[in-house]
Design a protein around this ligand. Sequence first.
Ligand code: FES
Ligand SMILES: [Fe+2]
Length: 368
Amino acid sequence: MSQLLQATQPAKRPSALADRSTPFIFNCWYMAGFAGEIGRTLLARTILGRPLVLYRTEAGKPVALDDRCLHRSFPLSKSLLDGDTIVCGYHGMRYDCRGRCLEVPSQKHTPQGLGVRSYQTVERGPLVWIWMGDEAGDESLIPDIDDWTANAAWIGSRGYIPLKASYIALHENLLDLSHLSYLHRNSFGTPDYAKASFRVETDEDNGRFALLRDVVPTRLPPIWAKPTGLEGVDAARIVRSEFCGPSLHVVQVAFYGLDFPEDQRPDQMVRTAHLVTPETATSTHYFLYHARNFALDVSGVTEFMHQSLFKAFEEDRDGLEAVEAMIGACGGDVSEVSFTADRANLAMRRYLKRRAEAEAAARSVSTI
Ligand code: FES
Ligand SMILES: [Fe+2]
């Protein structure tokens, strides 16, 4: 092999990194949906590779059950909701909201102990969370973003993007925002973004990884310049992107004009909760909640920022889906090279791999 080929051959990616073959992490609260999506109509949604049916009881409690009828696998989500029970649309098995079989219409006796699995759900403000772990979920571990998503000092909007890409790739996209200068060159990226200085904070024990980037001086793109009044002036764009767990990533950006003395800078920030729920190894439910703490009563700002932001998030969707298609065309997880800006991502992927494998090992011990 020539020197040149050796030099350009990508190093084999260490197996310590999570990838598409890594088991899902079940012991975690994931967002199952927005509260308004889950109602008295049966909703089919696959989470962590398991097809589920979601609905609300007549009293309003969200319910999540395995979607596969035990008899011949008819989807319960295509069946009939009768009070708080589901009557299978094929041969009529009836299940209660805990998944227990109450009736088999074709025989007098209902076998005891038959049922589909039900999952713990918790409704918090506009979000419904689900726990699919082996033991009961601890509600104190539900990610807490109420201080700004349910706070009158912040105003925002929400959205959902069905993403045909791995949830790990989505977290990587969010933790290294150097792609703003390229993937988002036509929306909220600026040419100087990728070259701006950054630092990394890692807390391997608690599974938190952050990348902080100060883009100073810069000119803000219209999405931020218009609502902050910082059009055409030298400004600072201070970004913190943090992986808070497998199901949540928070990106915060603060802005100020450089002509403000340090003690008079306005407190102008945006925050986005990227709520990441794996659907399959190569697809993700990507929920978003975005808010700002400025221009709260200025008409049209929420709509303007929502339209601009979701245009940018669709660029992420298109980029990540192109990556997923390329990896699929190459036969699955491939060797990659990594750079300094990937340091937080590599730590995050090592953490995901360790946690997933520890969970899978514990599961296999308990089933021996
Ligand atoms: S498939 Fe559901 S009752 Fe037969
Ligand atoms: Fe992006």
